[in-house]
Design a protein around this ligand. Structure first.
Ligand SMILES: [Zn+2]
Length: 574
């Protein structure tokens, strides 16, 4: 994988050099207004990011995500809303004992007091005081229509709710941030009221006034103008909180900083409802590397890619390979000429050195590859292949791709192929045989387990329970092991049986799991006689890899991919 190859310059030099070598910044800085020297990074993955459809975190998950964010070095971690649900209550109850933060400050989120209720009698505020955090962030409506139409109270009461709540929290020893919800819409419709909300918070002692583009509909030029106006009129720190509905959340956050905002909210990997929040994985390096604004500690920038991937594991959402800075494809190069030029001058084809953010240049190898591409790939893996061997591997690769393999998307299998070419043979375990049986209790044609049958075929609905059982016979050292396991499909059952057989001998496998399984039928004109290509994605929590199998038999193809995944895992566990 990309994170292990040799960096072009020594790692300990990367972050400081990034500043000196931030060619973009030095080339253009004379055109830009003065930037703040530093901003506070406020991650809201555990609160706003958790609103993403399909994202659900247990309390344990939340603690582990917070540990990763602390490791990365964000200034603030918003942990959730105490009192809003039992999960967040438990999180804040356990955090003091179980969450040890070395860099970040934990923040509890809530809202202002309700209309017509005294602050000291408001449940939400009481829960915030009880949450054992030194900082709280409360949300207030700053768009007049939300006050009159949604909250159905007066604008004067809305302003009083802000002032009272901030005062009450300050009296109880809390540092207070104010999230001014729908601020940009409010500013357009009734700027006088939007400013009254900010002033009430400031006068009551709020430390940061965070301008929220809650609907995510803004564009950078407007954000830049509005933030500049606010910065000119308040003393408190101004913050920015952008949603990505225009695809501009990161750009809007940068625009706000350009106008003087020094507190930037967002989520690692851009999680959040609808199109998500501003992606901190891009916002942080854009600020640090391009605009020379300090964000996280400079020496931790290279943790950006591993932390982004680790968090995507924890939230169980597959990382986007094209995600700027941290995606696995974003420093990948394909094609002979291009790749050989990369070998000479990386900066001709890469906007920043990938090592600065913990990513790596990756050479993508396919049948279109020339010898130089393959040689670079081998070098990336630390393998020395001489000319004759190189020619042989290239022939083999082209032959295999003709049969249906596709190594460009199967980095794990490609590495094993190159290693085998050097004479290496995996000797972790030897396979004697394997067998898979799938039963279904229903009538009709049915699909053979794991949804691998042709989809959308009329009537091809399994009407009864389906069970799949796999048996594998392997040799580990002098032990012969026979293991049988059930699964919800052939790959799942084979995986379970193989783990049962070899797992006790290789404890590292307990941290490895399959994250995706994809089947593609090639030369479909041959119907069920066609060749099947199976791709298996695996992860050990930090590293991800893809392996491939190709066969006329889908079970055989699946086994190949699975076997290679295990071998790859064992190779790298050493
Ligand atoms: Zn939000």
């Amino acid at each position: 994988m990309s994170t292990e190859h040799t960096a072009p310059q020594a790692r300990e030099h990367t972050a400081p050099q990034a500043r000196e070598h931030a060619h973009t910044a030095s080339a253009h800085s004379h055109e830009l207004p003065a930037m703040p020297a530093a901003v506070d990074i406020f991650d809201t993955t555990l609160r706003d990011g958790s609103q993403q459809e399909g994202l659900s975190l247990t309390v344990d998950d939340k603690i582990r995500v917070a540990e990763q964010l602390d490791h990365l070095g964000v200034t603030y971690i918003e942990g959730g809303w105490p009192g809003a649900n039992p999960k967040d209550d438990e999180f804040f109850a356990r955090a003091p004992a179980e969450l040890v933060l070395s860099t970040s400050t934990l923040v509890a989120f809530g809202s202002t007091r309700r209309a017509g209720v005294r602050a000291e009698q408001d449940d939400v505020l009481r829960k915030l005081v009880e949450a054992s955090t030194s900082v709280v962030c409360i949300v207030a409506k700053s768009w007049d229509r939300h006050v009159t139409d949604a909250l159905r109270t007066s604008l004067d009461e809305a302003v009083a709710m802000v002032g009272d709540s901030v005062s009450f929290l300050r009296e109880n020893g809390k540092r207070v941030f104010l999230d001014a919800e729908h601020f940009f819409d409010g500013y357009r419709h009734n700027p006088e009221f939007a400013f009254r909300v900010l002033r009430a918070a400031e006068e009551a002692g709020a430390e940061s006034l965070v301008l929220c583009d809650t609907n995510g509909g803004m564009l950078p030029d407007l954000v830049e103008r509005v933030v500049a106006d606010v910065v000119g009129q308040v003393e408190a720190q101004v913050g920015i909180h952008c949603h990505n509905d225009t695809g501009c959340a990161v750009a809007n956050s940068l625009a706000a900083v350009r106008s003087g905002a020094t507190h930037v909210q967002g989520c690692v990997n851009g999680y959040g409802e609808r199109s998500g929040n501003a992606d901190l994985s891009a916002t942080i390096p854009n600020l640090s590397l391009k605009l020379n604004v300090r964000t996280i500690p400079p020496e931790r920038l290279e943790l950006l890619t591993p932390v982004s991937h680790h968090i995507s594991e924890l939230v169980n959402i597959a990382p986007d390979p094209q995600q700027p800075y941290v995606g696995t494809s974003v420093f990948a190069h394909k094609g002979g000429l291009h790749a050989s030029a990369i070998a000479r001058r990386r900066d001709l084809y890469e906007h920043v050195s990938p090592d600065l953010v913990g990513n790596g240049t990756r050479v993508v190898v396919s049948e279109m590859a020339g010898r130089s591409t393959l040689a670079m790939k081998a070098a990336e893996l630390g393998l020395e292949l001489d000319g004759e061997v190189l020619g042989r591997v290239l022939d083999e690769l082209k032959h295999l791709e003709h049969e249906g393999y596709h190594f460009e998307v199967a980095d794990g299998s490609l590495e094993l192929l190159l290693r085998r070419a050097t004479g290496w043979r995996p000797d972790f375990f030897a396979v004697e045989s394997f067998r898979v049986i799938t039963d279904h209790g229903g009538q009709g044609p049915g699909a053979p387990g794991a949804g691998t049958g042709p989809e959308g075929t009329a009537g091809a609905v399994v009407t009864g329970p389906v069970s799949t059982e796999a048996t594998v016979k392997v040799h580990v050292g002098e032990h012969r092991v026979v293991a049988t396991a059930e699964g919800n499909g052939p790959v799942n059952a084979l995986d379970a049986a193989l783990r049962q057989a070899i797992g006790p001998h290789f404890p590292a496998l307990s941290g490895v799991h399959l994250t995706d399984y994809r089947v593609r039928v090639l030369s479909s004109g041959m119907g069920t006689g066609a060749v099947t290509r199976v791709l298996v994605d695996s992860s050990d929590g930090e590293r991800t890899w893809t392996t491939i199998g190709v066969s006329h038999n889908i079970i055989e193809a699946s086994w190949q991919a699975l076997y290679e995944s295990m071998v790859y895992a064992l190779l790298h566990a050493q």
